[in-house]
Design a binder for this molecule. Structure first.
Ligand code: 6R9
Length: 696
């Protein structure tokens, strides 16, 4: 193959210019610290280092690069893409965004005409550049002392073996492969093995139930699944294989057969103790080591699908968000590099699971594209003691820690002593994602964890955006606790009112995005119409994020939370409609309505109103069995925190549930219910209030 750009210098023109400018600034190093709102001050050394590495010295530098990125996206991203390996270069007019306002038809094409392979760029490229013996994964098991190190060379070989096995069972370019694994090295390896073949992976978070897994396999028609015999989360065993068996049964009943399951033997469930379907199930340990350790990559078109990831919205079943190859690759690498100041060989730890988008972009692809050394931790943060995370930071000398507000709050609640017990001097950058970070958690992270040395990078983005959209850059401009600050290169945020009118200056509104960006969602699996309707029909000509947002007079963006019926539980998106459907499927329930309420640790908790069938008792047993139904249909993370028995639900005369009222009742704000006269039956409100239960 002709590898255009293969021998191209690692630095693009843009970066070279930056590096030079950076050294100039080093020479006139200033000692003035940047003032942080609320008294937090990031020492100047952080800025100096970042400037030297990226060439961004000030907000003005950023503004210049930003302008270039939005005025000439084809040129801007083309320059950066030249640093990757392409089998064929993209066409000159490769960047197109068609948004037909009349018909609502939307299509994004970036690096069109180019051919590449992400697995090659994540692994082979670095091995060929002499990084074969650099650690790629530093894995920490659930229990202290369980560890595994894999170099880039070893990961490449293992990826090839798994890819060869996939080929041997008939997986070809474009086929969907389901992955249902705990956070072990085989998880990113399985993803990369699919990618190497041009197969499309669909990772399902190992906390999802059999029903959810089946639904996802059916929707994307995956006939091969990669899983494990079991798993451990803290002191709890996770019966992964049993869930896979149950999912395969559900799928079969609906006419979809899972042909092959590749099963990693997990110490939690050794052979002999694991249920087995002969002919279908294959032990990873039997099949994979026997495969050849090399495997030719399948070069794919930049716009060929890379992966599918299901996510919840306000209505209907979870949507299979489709990401394409070229744009996602360049976007993932560039955001990881600039937002986290990531350089080859840096020890980097993203605490997300690969089952969510954060794990895709910032555990698997982004850091590997940057040749980082990736910490992977299988277990839960407080196991066996509340200092587990800090122990890992100390042991692995983690430079960048990317985590979530819910975790930060849970760790803060354990007290500072656990943190201070461990050396954290390796830390340079702290990241946050998943939900709005409250200023208190922000300050704790900044002051206690990072000892006021590390910038806090509060990154706003979504499954659909693929990569970070709004985020500070380390030390490039003053931060502000709780604010994601400024848009990343190529991202054009706009705030609109509920009529879709664009608002200017310091204001508050609904966050939308103009123009497109490299890692943007390309479609919803099997339903392009739904894609156009969900994201582009609310406000004509704009991508609708579903988030509310404030912009201040510095131009900083602060996300205020979802404006639709999506609840954010511990950073996981839960659709109210899905929880309601799971409750309603229970025989005791006639009707259910679910709202999000503030929760001290989880950010939001799930508050469910349930109307019982006539002969049902509002008993503790019924409550438990309703919660069990949600666990079974979706997964444990979606279990309601509160079940509030309701004689009926407040509905308009047209039958629409008035969630606004239910949200107020859930937080005891009875005096703020507003006008209830438009309800079909206003008396239902008092009846619900009289049945109030104890709060979270
Ligand atoms: C990456 C990810 C997306 C939703 C998003 C928003 C919330 C994510 C945030 C944030 C405030 C941040 N969200 N990051 N809110 N500040 N830094 O989490 O994707 O699971 O699709 O969730 O999460 O509400 O719309 P996803």
């Amino acid at each position: 193959a002709v590898l255009t750009g293969h021998l191209a210098p690692q630095l693009s023109g843009l970066e070279r210019a930056g590096a030079l400018a950076g050294s100039a600034i080093l020479a006139r190093r200033s000692t003035v610290a940047t003032s942080q709102e609320g008294g937090a001050v990031v020492p100047d050394t952080v800025q100096v280092e970042y400037r030297a590495r990226t060439g961004i010295h000030s907000r003005a530098d950023y503004e210049r690069m930003y302008r270039h990125s939005v005025d000439d996206p084809a040129g801007f991203w083309g320059d950066i893409a030249a640093g990757f390996v392409w089998e064929r270069r993209w066409a000159p007019d490769h960047f197109s965004y068609n948004l037909d306002l009349q018909s609502g038809r939307v299509s994004t094409r970036i690096f069109a005409g180019g051919r590449t392979n992400i697995a090659f760029n994540c692994l082979d490229r670095h091995v060929e550049a002499g990084r074969g013996s650099q650690p790629c994964f530093l894995w920490e098991g659930n229990d202290v002392g369980q560890e595994r190190k894999m170099t880039y060379g070893e990961v490449l070989q293992e990826v090839c073996r798994v890819a060869n096995w996939l080929k041997s069972v008939g997986v070809r370019k474009g086929d969907a492969v389901a992955i249902y694994l705990p956070l072990i090295c085989e998880l990113p390896i399985a993803m990369l093995a699919c990618t190497r073949l041009g197969a499309v992976h669909s990772v399902v978070f190992a906390g999802f139930s059999a029903d959810s897994l089946a639904q996802r396999c059916i929707d994307c028609r995956s006939r091969v699944i990669i899983t494990a015999s079991g798993g451990m989360r803290g002191s709890k065993r996770v019966e992964l294989k049993q869930i896979v068996d149950a999912a395969a049964k559900v799928a079969a009943e609906k006419g979809h057969k899972i042909h092959k399951a590749l099963v990693v033997e997990h110490p939690a469930a050794p052979r002999g103790k694991c249920p087995w379907a002969r002919g279908r199930d294959v032990w990873y340990g039997d099949a994979v080591p026997a495969q050849q350790a090399t495997c030719q990559v399948e070069w794919v078109d930049a716009e060929d699908p890379l992966f599918l990831l299901y996510t919840s919205g306000s209505t209907g079943n979870p949507k299979g968000v489709v990401h394409s190859t070229g744009g996602y690759m360049v976007g993932a690498a560039t955001t990881a590099k600039y937002c986290f100041d990531l350089q080859p060989g840096d020890v980097y730890w993203c605490t997300a699971d690969c089952g969510w988008i954060t794990g895709h972009t910032y555990l698997a692809y982004g850091p590997l594209l940057n040749a980082a050394t990736n910490v992977i931790y299988e277990g839960v943060p407080l196991h066996p003691q509340p200092d587990r995370m800090w122990q890992i930071v100390e042991k692995c000398k983690v430079r960048t820690l990317y985590t979530a507000p819910t975790l930060i709050r849970a760790l803060e609640a354990q007290g500072d002593t656990w943190v201070k017990k461990h050396d954290r001097s390796s830390l340079r950058v702290l990241g946050s994602v998943g939900e709005p970070i409250n200023p208190r958690a922000w300050r704790w992270l900044f002051e206690v964890v990072g000892e006021r040395r590390c910038p806090v990078i509060d990154t706003w983005w979504q499954t659909e955006t693929g990569t970070v959209m709004i985020s500070p850059l380390p030390g490039a401009w003053p931060e502000s606790p709780g604010s994601a600050t400024l848009p990343f290169f190529g991202v054009v945020p706009v705030l609109v009112n509920d009529k879709g009118k664009e608002l200017h200056g310091a204001t508050e509104g609904i966050l939308c995005i103009k123009q497109t960006w490299p890692a943007a969602i390309r479609t919803i699996k099997g339903d392009h119409k739904r894609f156009e309707q969900t994201y582009f029909s609310t406000f004509k000509g704009l991508y609708f994020t579903g988030d509310g947002c404030r912009r201040d007079d510095r131009g900083y963006y602060t996300i205020t939370g979802r404006v639709d019926d999506v609840i954010n539980v511990s950073g996981h998106r839960v659709g109210t409609a899905e929880v309601e459907a799971a409750l309603a499927a229970h025989g005791a329930c006639v009707e259910a309505a679910v709202v999000g309420v503030e929760h001290k640790i989880k950010g939001q908790g799930i508050y469910a109103y349930v109307a019982l069938a006539q002969d049902e008792e509002p008993s503790e047993a019924t409550r438990k069995s309703l919660i069990a139904a949600v666990r079974q249909h979706i997964g444990a993370f979606a279990a309601p925190d509160v079940i509030h028995w309701a004689p009926g639900l407040p509905k308009t005369r047209s039958g629409k549930i008035m969630r606004r009222i239910l949200r107020k009742i859930a937080v005891n704000a009875d005096s703020e219910l507003g006008d209830v006269s438009t309800l079909a039956d206003p008396s239902v409100v008092q009846a619900i209030i009289s049945m109030r239960v104890t709060q979270l």
